[in-house]
Ligand binder design. Structure first.
Ligand SMILES: Cc1cc2nc3c(=O)[nH]c(=O)nc-3n(C[C@H](O)[C@H](O)[C@H](O)COP(=O)(O)OP(=O)(O)OC[C@H]3O[C@@H](n4cnc5c(N)ncnc54)[C@H](O)[C@@H]3O)c2cc1C
Length: 411
């Protein structure tokens, strides 16, 4: 049986980033991913994680990628967010966040998931402590005396492996979670996020818009070349109609919802719908096991929190594992697993609560709720302390920071 210090099941945005962070640590790492391999400079177009999504990376996430050393491979496709404009369509409330007020160049960077995938693939290429099995699937999992024993199917064959630490980064429907019977708190919203891109007649360079409407939030995120990434939340009963519209009809509906602040919108790209739900694993860890990324927490995409949160899981795990390796500790030992649980759970709960409240509060038509949320937004806009707090959540730079979160290599 082959033995590894760390086996990561799921080599997508989160699992792949963690593997990159752990290269050069000397730990023997295996990544098992269900998607086929990609060329370093050209991520597989069918990859379920590096897909058409465009991610609002927080400043904290950009620093993590910088610390890992893979930011240069994505930077050319990343558009800085210097202002955020939040509003409630048809009502009086609005709030602004500004990079200058926070003393930073950018609050974050709008980056296509494919560009992040390119950075990850480049980071994995040539790392001699990392082995990749893909396309491969986990088909068996048992606790052994010294770690987890895994059976993995690949090319019609099956392999037996042992992991001193098993990390589940296999997405919202995590096979590891299911096989171990780990429960989740789950809420389906009855809404889908429909994504696309458009070009704007009068782009407002560096400004991201989050507009709450009575049928859910609409985000317009600035991309390179004057394009905008559209994240349109719609009731799931309306999704088929929106996907079936011709381009003219789609742009017309979008323009009705967003208005003409950016002039005429045009040249819509492909439309893809994602069902929205909140999934929070009831248990984040077990002996020699930890969940991270969407396997631990799948959030509503409002305010762009999900991947940023997953990357903070990566930053801490990487630091704990590098330290364990440096000091000769067991990478799957209780000190690593318990520290991960203790330090990541509060952030995960608070991000889940924040996005869940936003997603539900802003579709509530009850007049007192509507007035209260608009007053709340104005309050944020007028009170610098409240604005800084919100900006820090958006930037992902609060709390006790790891080396990677400060943009420093693991060392
Ligand atoms: C419309 C939309 C917009 C979003 N925008 C933002 C944003 O602006 N900012 C932000 O921070 N977040 C955003 N998110 C959230 C973000 O996309 C996710 O948090 C992120 O993709 C999670 O990455 P992950 O690697 O944990 O999971 P996934 O991306 O789901 O990857 C899971 C990986 O596991 C592999 N896998 C699955 N099953 C198995 C198995 N059985 N065996 C082996 N491998 C397996 C898959 O092949 C895949 O590579 C958005 C989400 C949506 C839906």
């Amino acid at each position: 049986m082959l033995e590894y210090d760390v086996v990561i099941v799921g080599g997508g945005l989160v699992g792949g980033s963690l593997a990159c962070a752990l290269r050069d640590t000397g730990l023997a790492i295996l990544v098992v991913d269900a998607a086929p391999a990609s060329a370093p400079d050209h991520p597989n177009p069918d990859h379920p994680s590096y897909d058409e999504r465009v991610i609002a990376l927080s400043l904290g996430s950009q620093r993590i990628f910088d610390g890992i050393g893979i930011w240069p491979q994505m930077a050319a496709d990343a558009e800085p967010i210097r202002h955020v404009h939040v509003s409630d369509r048809g009502h009086f409330g609005f709030a602004h966040l500004d990079a200058e007020d926070e003393g930073v160049d950018a609050l974050g960077y709008v980056t296509p998931a494919r560009a992040i995938g390119r950075g990850i693939e480049a980071g994995l290429a040539g790392a001699d402590n990392i082995e990749l099995l893909r396309p491969a699937r986990l088909v068996g999992l048992h606790a052994g005396a010294r770690g987890w024993q895994l059976e993995v199917a690949m090319n019609g064959d099956s392999r037996l492996l042992e992991a001193r630490l098993l990390l589940a980064a296999d997405g919202g429907d995590s096979a590891v979670r299911r096989r171990l019977g780990l429960g989740v708190h789950e809420r389906t919203y009855g809404y889908d996020a429909i994504i696309s891109t458009v070009t704007a007649e009068r782009p407002d360079v560096g400004t991201a818009f989050e507009r709450f409407t009575d049928s859910g939030p609409l985000a317009m995120l600035p991309m390179t070349g004057g394009r905008y990434s559209v994240v349109w939340t719609a009731r799931d009963s309306d999704t088929a109609d929106i996907l079936a519209m011709d381009d003219k009809g789609f742009v017309h509906r979008l323009q009705q919802r967003f208005g003409y602040r950016l002039g005429r919108l045009g040249r819509p790209g492909r439309r893809i719908a994602y069902p929205l739900r909140l999934v929070l694993a009831k248990q984040l860890t077990q002996p020699r096991l930890a969940l991270l990324g969407n396997a631990a927490h799948t959030l509503h995409p409002v305010a762009g929190q999900g991947f940023n949160l997953g990357l903070r899981d990566v930053a801490l795990l990487a630091e704990l594992l590098a330290e364990a390796q440096r000091t000769g500790q067991d990478p799957g030992g209780n000190s690593v697993v318990n520290a991960y649980h203790k330090r990541r759970r509060p952030d995960q709960y608070s991000a889940a609560l924040f996005t869940d409240c936003l997603a539900r509060l802003f579709v509530n038509p009850f007049a007192p709720v509507r007035i209260a949320r608009n007053l709340g937004m104005l309050g944020i806009d007028l009170l610098p302390t409240a604005r800084h707090l919100l900006a820090r959540r958006f930037m992902g730079t609060s709390g006790r920071l790891t080396r990677l979160q400060r943009g420093l290599p693991l060392g």
